[in-house]
Design a protein around this ligand. Structure first.
Ligand SMILES: [Zn+2]
Length: 172
């Protein structure tokens, strides 16, 4: 029997999960405000989208969010931040003080959602796997134990990471 190899890896979140969870958050916010929830779609690369992270089309009828940057998945902190930003554009077209008040309210409402923390854990890769391979006489058996770790960030740490992410990307 060969030695066990132990490894840890961060799960790559699928495009579908990202969009599903962003849609879930957006729908809750829209329902709270009696807005008709729009469609959350991926903002794809094309010459007019260079450097654009999100776009609100027809007052939230469609919200486009960039999920990948040069092939790398954009972190959940950024995506949540972009979503709140774009949702605030449902009410205010410009980046006025009222716009930012609205954006902050949306973050407060996110925090009150039952599943927000759970989604955050899942989407920030706080789920990880530790596994080992056992190889014997041509038979290749792989055994993986999945361990769930809860997102340890406090509400303030989450919020500050989101705002820092937005700031670094020139959105606030
Ligand atoms: Zn904006």
């Amino acid at each position: 029997m060969t030695p066990n190899i132990q490894y840890t890896f961060v799960t790559m979140i699928s495009r579908e999960s990202l969009l599903q969870n962003l849609t879930f958050l957006a729908t809750q916010i829209c329902n709270n405000r009696r807005w008709v929830p729009g469609k959350i779609v991926e903002l794809l690369d094309n010459p007019t989208n260079a450097g654009v992270l999100g776009r609100n089309i027809q007052k939230g009828n469609i919200i486009q969010i960039r999920l990948y940057d040069n092939g790398n998945q954009i972190e959940w902190y950024h995506l949540v931040g972009t979503l709140a930003h774009e949702l605030a554009h449902n009410l205010f077209a410009n980046h006025s003080p009222e716009f930012y008040k609205e954006m902050n309210k949306i973050h407060d409402e996110f925090e009150k959602l039952d599943d927000y923390e759970k989604i955050f854990s899942e989407m920030t890769g706080s789920y990880y796997s530790k596994g080992y391979s056992i190889v014997s006489k041509g038979a290749n058996t792989k055994s993986t134990t999945c361990t769930k770790s809860i997102c340890k960030d406090t509400r303030e740490q989450r919020r500050s990471k989101i705002l820092t992410a937005l700031h670094n990307r020139g959105l606030v």
